[in-house]
Design a protein around this ligand. Structure first.
Ligand code: ADP
Length: 265
């Protein structure tokens, strides 16, 4: 059990709940990702899992900050902070010097530009439709009878691309079904699905201007197929971190630390 002062960030998303515990030295003591988002048992389970892994109790935490789509539903949080601020802060912590962040979560995608001082300058967001979000990929995986974490593996076996031209997730689903009816190779179809998601992300990023280095955050950063397709589309390197999915929760925990230290709670 850590004797240090501890800070917690809880990111309550549409698709998953993430929790991070940091110590005074801003080291990650524990973290948890539960694939159940706002309005479910996900937030509580994420917090309990992270507390258990840190061998501590909620009363030992100096400050808890919540973020994400369901951030106002977490009763133990001292405050809630916007997802944009938390993602920017978490991304800069994960990759000091980062200038562009593309965050693709379960229900939305955000592109953020960061200045040389690590402050968010500008952003663009798609929260109006599922195209290019985790939901789009989840729907496609379901149609293909695959789990979403297998998509990248299939993509690696592609020897061509079956383009998926519909941008709307509903039409794209019909398009994928019609390709399947024609027996197209599934890896090539998955490569087309990833290309479509990457094209949406790239156009969002181009709205704010793409400056390297680029970091991808959010759960979709776990999908190497989308990351590769985005690199191909932009012609530049797109980095990820093993902590990409918890970038928002890290940002929230950093705010918890900042607010405690500054006495600004
Ligand atoms: P939110 O914060 O909106 O709840 P996340 O940032 O956690 O969403 O992203 C959830 C999405 O990430 C899922 O919809 C899924 O498509 C994708 N995802 C999560 N884990 C993986 C994985 N291991 N492999 C591929 N995709 C993943």
């Amino acid at each position: 059990m850590s004797e240090n002062t501890l800070y917690m960030g809880v990111d309550i998303g549409s698709a998953s709940s993430k929790c991070v515990i940091l110590d005074d030295a801003l080291k990650i003591i524990s973290h948890a990702v539960i694939s159940a988002g706002t309005g479910t048992s996900g937030p509580r389970r994420a917090v309990d899992t992270a507390l258990e892994a840190a061998e501590t109790g909620i009363e030992r935490l100096s400050c808890i900050i919540a973020t994400g789509y369901g951030r106002n539903t977490y009763e133990h949080a001292a405050e809630s902070v916007s997802e944009l601020s938390c993602h920017a802060k978490g991304a800069v912590w994960l990759m000091p010097g980062v200038r562009t962040v593309i965050d693709i979560g379960g229900q939305d995608a955000k592109a953020l530009s960061v200045d040389t001082n690590g402050k968010m300058k500008n952003f663009a967001m798609n929260d109006k439709c599922a195209a290019g979000t985790g939901r789009f990929l989840d729907v496609m995986a379901r149609v293909l009878e695959l789990s979403v974490d297998m998509l990248a593996e299939y993509d690696e076996k592609a020897d061509g691309i079956v383009p998926v031209s519909s941008t709307c997730a509903v039409f794209a689903e019909s398009e994928v079904i019609s390709h399947l009816a024609k027996n197209v190779p599934v890896p090539n179809l998955i490569a087309g699905i990833h290309q479509s998601a990457a094209a949406r992300a790239a156009s969002l990023m181009k709205r704010i201007g793409v400056t390297e280095p680029v970091l991808m955050t959010g759960g979709v950063a776990n999908n190497r197929g989308v990351v590769r397709a985005l690199e191909k589309n932009l012609g530049i390197k797109v980095s990820t971190s093993p902590y990409s999915q918890i970038a928002g929760a890290i940002g929230a925990a950093l705010f918890a630390h900042e607010k405690t230290v500054s006495g600004n709670l």
